[in-house]
Design a protein around this ligand. Structure first.
Ligand SMILES: [Zn+2]
Length: 86
């Protein structure tokens, strides 16, 4: 079990919950709607491909090898001179 942040897809309330690390959705404590898990770069957990997908979609061109981990992502940023916010 790990502590993760969720954001309600309906009322935008953000809350923390202790859940299994594979869990992607929670239940909003305010309105009971589905809340999406929030993935952050600063998370101490192993990079989860879920947060990479959108970033990679924006950055990578067709035919490039898919980025599958945080270290590959960092290397990719360096290689392409993309400034990373820390
Ligand atoms: Zn809600």
């Amino acid at each position: 079990m790990i502590l993760v942040d969720f954001e309600c897809s309906f009322c935008a309330v953000i809350f923390e919950e202790s859940v299994d690390s594979a869990i992607k959705f929670g239940k909003c404590p305010e309105c009971g709607n589905i809340a999406n898990r929030i993935y952050t770069m600063n998370s101490g957990h192993r990079a989860d491909p879920a947060w990479l997908e959108s970033a990679v979609e924006v950055l990578q061109g067709d035919g490039e090898r898919p980025i599958e981990s945080r270290s590959e992502f960092n290397d990719y940023l360096k290689k392409n001179n993309i400034v990373q916010r820390c």
